[in-house]
Design a protein around this ligand. Structure first.
Ligand SMILES: Cc1cc2nc3c(=O)[nH]c(=O)nc-3n(C[C@H](O)[C@H](O)[C@H](O)COP(=O)(O)OP(=O)(O)OC[C@H]3O[C@@H](n4cnc5c(N)ncnc54)[C@H](O)[C@@H]3O)c2cc1C
Length: 376
């Protein structure tokens, strides 16, 4: 069965919900197709200790602030509760268990293929996030390693790693926090760092870190970064003394130009300083019992956690939308008209303002554009 509507929204995470609320406020009929059986599916399966790294006041979606009772940095469970409350407040009723396998051109419309839940509409908003695209590099000898190798998206808590030697690969937000989680549980943990890093404290002068890029958003990124640099450096201390290399671009410039999100430190640097987390360099190859590094001596490990990020490739989902995707299938623009008429992405590109905040901005902009398209 195919029913028609003003727009189709794919995904009932923060981006899909915010977009649906904005469409509804403009009187547009835009069902959400969600492949799981609940809203905020990805937040339900993040690791246990996760709290928002961005503060409550700058992470709420349009029309519903995150409750004060959740504290400045709400927990993962609070985020799930908040997304449920958001859907209830705007009476959003996603079609669950509707896995959109492809979105194809259908004359002047788009047709989302989801079996009996298929829909056609002139506008489609892809709000599928990147959680389904874990990126795992390949190293020589990887297949010979005798222990488990898992992506960070499958990590939940330190319990299965008690008494083991664990290598976390990648010093991004997930890798840093997972290494800290393991260290705090007394697990013998090392962190393999390949590239120069961009690290900012969670707070500066007692204010959440997002206050600064938000206040400076009209400045050129390089200027904003150079204003912040001495304060950031004072707050996080010397990275060079720890053997880390500082990225040549500042945090705001790196996110704007390369989509590289800075690492918001929640205690990992202290654990590195006091030796609870050992730093190692890039992996050269795997052995049956561990890892050969490019510079540090070879070491034995019982388990490896790849905190090596995500790389969305939307080519299979959007076979008729080549003009809107890069050569590797990543959206070229998010939150505004793409090169494919009627096709939008929400929350697809990292932002210096924080992703939740960016999602809210994009959702409102997409709904305004959809309203104009319908009126035209
Ligand atoms: C560990 C972690 C911590 C983060 N912390 C913060 C933070 O502190 N602050 C911040 O601002 N941002 C944070 N982010 C970034 C971002 O805000 C979140 O990833 C956010 O959940 C993105 O929302 P989304 O709706 O775009 O995607 P998701 O939350 O990933 O939701 C996508 C939805 O689409 C569904 N879906 C996917 N494919 C299909 C399909 N083919 N058919 C139907 N449904 C589909 C999924 O089931 C899912 O429900 C964090 C991200 C991660 C990974």
């Amino acid at each position: 069965m195919t029913s028609s509507c003003d727009a189709i929204i794919i995904g009932a995470g923060p981006a899909g919900l915010a977009t649906a609320a904005a469409f509804r406020a403009r009187g547009l009929n835009a069902p959400i197709l969600e492949k799981s059986d609940a809203v905020g599916a990805v937040w339900r399966r993040h690791y246990d200790r996760l709290h928002l790294h961005t503060d409550r006041l700058r992470s709420g979606l349009p029309g519903l602030p995150i409750p004060k009772a959740y504290g400045r940095y709400p927990s993962r469970a609070h985020v799930v509760e908040y997304l449920e409350a958001y859907a209830a407040k705007f009476d959003l009723k996603p079609v669950f268990n509707a896995n959109v396998r492809s979105v194809r051109r259908d004359g002047r419309s788009w047709r989302a293929e989801a079996g009996e839940n298929s829909r056609s509409a002139p506008i489609v908003v892809v709000a599928t996030g990147w959680a389904d695209y874990p990126h795992a590099p390949a190293w020589p000898g990887m297949e010979t390693f005798g222990g488990p190798i898992m992506h960070s998206s499958r990590y939940r808590n330190p319990t299965p790693f008690a008494g083991k030697r664990v290598l976390v690969v990648g010093y991004g937000n997930s890798g840093a926090e997972i290494a800290l989680d393991l260290a705090e549980a007394g697990v013998n943990v090392a962190l393999s760092v390949r590239s120069p890093v961009n690290i900012v404290p969670r707070e500066l002068f007692g204010l959440p870190i997002l206050v600064f890029p938000t206040a400076e958003q009209w400045l050129p990124p390089r200027v904003a970064d150079s204003i912040n640099a001495p304060f950031v450096q004072f707050a996080i201390g010397s990275l060079e003394k720890l053997g880390l290399k500082r990225s040549a671009k500042g945090p705001i410039q790196a996110i704007k130009e390369d989509g590289r999100v800075p690492l918001i430190d929640v205690g990992t640097l202290d654990a590195i300083r006091d030796g609870r987390i050992k730093l190692r360099d890039d992996i050269a190859s795997f052995t049956r019992e561990g890892v050969d590094f490019k510079q540090s001596p070879a070491e034995r490990f019982d388990a490896i956690i790849l905190a090596t990020g995500f790389r969305a490739d939307l080519r299979p989902l959007l076979p008729d939308a080549k003009a809107a995707l890069s050569a590797t299938g990543a959206p070229l623009v998010s939150g505004r008209a793409t090169a494919e008429p009627g096709l939008f992405f929400c929350g697809a590109i990292p932002s210096a303002l924080g992703q939740f905040r960016q999602i809210g901005i994009e959702a409102t902009r997409i709904a305004d554009a959809a309203q104009s398209l319908r009126a035209a």
